[in-house]
Design a protein around this ligand. Structure first.
Ligand code: KIV
Ligand code: ZN
Length: 387
């Protein structure tokens, strides 16, 4: 049986771009959008057009360029927002409007200061209004993670009847545990009339570090679209990271899921987003961090040199990282030193290795990381001595 295809909805240029200091100009947004298209995302949410004239222009330009991915614009459940979103994506090959409203008690009673019935009415009206402009309308139930399941089911049933093609179940505050989020999706699958005719989407925030785990729990229980961002950027602690959810599904064969992502582009797209947004990637970030395929302790280096799989579950080439790196520090062993010296063209016998290893440790204790330049000093010194 072929694996179940999960749609990847990238929101780097909308939720990701909401990060303070990460705003991009139109040209930068276009460059990222082209990279996302080449990466193979199914949907890219590229802005919130009512928010500013600059954002409107970026969305409009991108909509006119991108051919292979659906281009989505965000709006609140407000007619003016929807009109402006529709105008911005009017030239898209595959346009989608993403509209919605808060559904948790906190949103209904404290933020919107209204009633549940009114929220249902506004959600339904927004979907019907958006359908005047595009066929593909996604509805988000903001703070669905903390919304009572019965009410969530009620509003989703109504927006589906009104024409929503995708229902998004955001864990807006990153509050859910994976099994609770998974159970919520299953509950909706079992209790909402018409749900089998639409796409269920996850949109998980990372406030407790669970965004990727929750997204996977969502697809295990019936969602078929994951909303995520490159490098996991987004409001507060960010969103589910695209590279993580994609590689979890690719690596865990037991899950029987796949995506249309060209994983070999992951590292370069991560670097592009990081540099354009001036948002460094933490070195220990899964998949795309500088240390994700670096081995520095002697025990690990020995294992990886003998067989990469000993300490790596992903082939770095599969995510566009040149190769695993053997980093030389004072915790490294002889096998790593020999490996790196041989890569520089030095042939190292057993006895010499012992001598050079002691010299290497002296350098390593003085410096945090021993570089090729240091190795050349250590090994060419040996050549001079033996000459
Ligand atoms: O986190 C959230 O709820 C959102 C919605 C606007 C989809 O970003
Ligand atoms: Zn969000």
């Amino acid at each position: 049986m072929p694996n179940k295809r999960i749609q990847i909805f990238d929101t780097t240029l909308r939720d990701g771009e909401q990060v303070p200091g990460c705003q991009l100009n139109t040209d930068e947004k276009i460059e990222v959008a082209r990279a996302l298209e080449a990466l193979g995302v199914d949907v890219m949410e590229v802005g919130f057009p009512i928010s500013s004239p600059g954002d409107f222009k970026s969305v409009e330009k991108i909509a006119g360029i991108i051919q292979n991915s659906t281009v989505c614009a965000l709006s609140r459940a407000v007619e003016k927002d929807i009109e402006v979103a529709a105008e911005a994506i009017r030239n898209a090959a595959r346009p989608r409007i993403h509209t919605g409203i808060g559904t948790s008690d906190s949103h209904v009673f404290n933020k919107l200061k209204t009633t549940r019935e009114d929220v249902i009415e506004r959600g339904v009206a927004a979907v019907k209004f958006a359908k005047r402009f595009v066929e593909d309308v996604e509805f988000y139930a903001e703070d669905a993670g903390r919304t009572e399941n019965e009410f969530l089911a009620r509003i989703l049933e109504k927006v589906i009847a009104a024409g929503a093609t995708v229902v998004n179940i955001p864990d807006t505050t990153g509050y859910c545990l994976p099994w609770d989020y998974g159970a919520k999706i299953r509950y909706l699958k079992e209790n909402v009339k018409g749900i089998d005719d639409v796409t269920i989407s996850t949109h998980c925030h990372n406030d407790l570090g669970l965004a990727s785990a929750n997204s996977i729990a969502g697809v295990v229980h019936g969602a078929t679209q994951i909303e995520c961002t490159i490098n996991g950027i987004g409001e507060r602690a960010g969103n589910a990271s695209l590279e993580e959810v994609v590689m979890i599904m690719r690596t865990q064969k037991g899950l029987d899921f796949d995506t249309g992502i060209n994983t070999k582009c992951l590292k370069s797209v991560s670097e592009l987003v990081s540099s354009k947004m001036r948002m460094p990637v933490q070195p220990n970030k899964a998949i795309v961090g500088a240390n994700a395929f670096a081995h520095s302790s002697g025990i690990h280096q020995d294992g990886v040199i003998k067989s990469r799989e000993t300490y790596e579950i992903i082939d770095p080439l599969d995510v566009g990282v040149g190769e695993s790196s053997i980093v030389l520090t004072a915790r490294s062993g002889r096998a790593a030193l020999k490996f790196r010296a041989e890569r520089l063209g030095f042939s190292v016998g057993k006895e010499e290795l012992e001598d050079r290893y002691q010299e290497f440790l002296g350098v390593a204790d003085r410096k945090k990381v021993v570089e090729d330049q240091d190795l050349i000093q250590i090994f060419s010194h040996r050549a001079r001595k033996t000459a």
